[in-house]
Design a protein around this ligand. Structure first.
Ligand SMILES: *Cc1c(COP(=O)(O)O)cnc(C)c1O
Length: 412
């Protein structure tokens, strides 16, 4: 009689939800615990010099909870490898530090503020120069030099939700042996898998959708190349910007419901987007799930079922004052930075997340003073829609009347 091994709970061919729940979540072989214990030990016993009992030696180099989380993200991004870091920003820093001094990078203009800060103020200290372009699909070939080693894309962009055709950029970059990185934070692996469209590395601020509960700061990079695994895991250990076992465990727990949260956030953002488009108090809505979006065709090609995700932004009538009032008048949306959690958030990019960028540069990419950014959570669509409509009504009326010492005619 032959003993057959039980089938693995999830395989690369399993659906997304099955992988989210089971990948990296083996039952504990000694107790049968369905959920892995949090492994706080910093060091692991060895039976002889250089022969640890299991696969772990020291927790900076590798830790069971971090490894479980990395295996789960690799499964969700259709990647061979994933490496977790202490934040999305640390992930970016490690990838940039993996480049030799003298390297050149091409980046989309409207990258996350912290990424822009690293590219302009830190990377040059180790001899890496970054060129920014607002239309990377159009002019990437003009910016390529013999020193170009990496292209950095964020799609959708923050906060104007513009999309980049990953395949078009990867094709141009690969002709010159240049690596393509996609920051996939805004959509999560449920809606978009950049490696399937030709990217070499996908990065996430786990802080946002992957963890999804606004209680962990963490980052991750996923990719297929063995050579990248060697280089980046060396830096993960050498630099030591690693997440704790507890944060890895929490983020892993959060990710098990990613598909449910991302679907619900999309339903909610779509409802809010349609309501905003129909409102006389709104100048324009940026949401890749709407047919009015200029890059809707890319969304249909790159996003699961053409989903738009949970993030949108819009320009309110009444200028900056109305935008600020709107964010104070919402009752469910909380005025706060960050995104991707179960709770809905709102903010004014021109004076919060994007305040560091000079006004002309901001406005050139659509970040006007009257722009409001929304992160739709998983509350009920009807409640979110009504909350946005009541806040719009009151914010526009108050600022038109010059209430609160503000004047609706300025701010354009
Ligand atoms: C938040 C964010 C980051 C940075 O991640 P942290 O975890 O805050 O360091 C990078 N990219 C995008 C798109 C983000 O939203």
């Amino acid at each position: 009689m032959t003993i057959t091994t039980p089938p693995r709970a999830s395989s690369p061919s399993s659906g997304f939800g099955t992988r989210a729940v089971h990948a990296g979540s083996e039952h504990d072989p000694s107790t049968g615990a369905v959920i892995p214990a949090i492994s706080l030990s910093t060091t692991f016993a060895q039976t002889a010099v250089g022969q640890p009992v299991g696969e772990y030696e020291y927790s900076r180099s590798s830790n069971p909870n971090r490894k479980n989380f990395e295996d789960m993200v690799a499964a969700l991004e259709n990647a061979k490898h994933a490496l977790a870091f202490s934040s999305g920003s640390a992930t970016t820093a490690v990838i940039l530090q993996s480049l030799a001094s003298g390297s050149h990078v091409i980046s989309v203009s409207d990258v996350y503020g912290g990424t822009h800060r690293y590219f302009t103020q830190v990377a040059k200290a180790h001899g890496v120069k970054v060129t920014f372009t607002p239309e990377i699909e159009v002019d990437i070939r003009e910016h390529i030099t013999p020193a170009t080693k990496l292209v950095w894309i964020e799609t959708p962009s923050n906060p104007t939700l513009r999309l980049v055709d990953i395949r078009a950029v990867a094709t141009a970059a690969h002709e010159h042996g240049i690596m393509v990185v996609v920051d996939n934070t805004f959509l999560s692996p449920y809606i978009q898998n950049p490696l399937d469209h030709g990217a070499d590395i996908v990065v996430h601020s786990v802080t946002k959708y992957i963890n999804g509960h606004s209680d962990v700061v963490m980052g991750v990079a996923a990719f297929n190349s063995e050579e990248l695994f060697k280089r980046l895991s060396f830096l993960q250990n050498a630099i030591g910007a690693i997440p704790s076992a507890f944060d890895s465990w929490l983020a892993h727990r959060g990710a098990k419901t990613l598909h449910l949260r991302a679907r619900e956030a999309t339903v909610n953002a779509t409802a809010v987007g349609h309501a905003l488009e129909a409102s006389p108090h709104v100048i324009a809505v940026n949401y890749p799930g709407l047919d009015s979006h200029p890059h809707r065709a890319i969304a249909k090609k790159q996003h699961r079922n053409g989903m738009g995700g949970g993030m949108l932004s819009f320009r309110i009538r009444g200028g900056h004052a109305a935008a600020e009032r709107f964010c104070q008048l919402t009752r469910i949306f909380t005025l706060a930075e960050s995104l991707g959690g179960v709770e809905s958030l709102c903010e004014v990019p021109s004076s919060m997340t994007h305040a560091g960028i000079p006004k002309e540069q901001r406005e050139a990419v659509g970040v006007f003073d009257d722009l409001v950014r929304l992160s739709c959570g998983v509350e009920d669509a009807e409640d979110l829609k009504n909350d946005v409509l009541q806040a719009l009504e009151r914010a526009v009326a108050e600022t038109a009347n010059g209430a609160n010492g503000t004047n609706g005619v300025n701010g354009h």
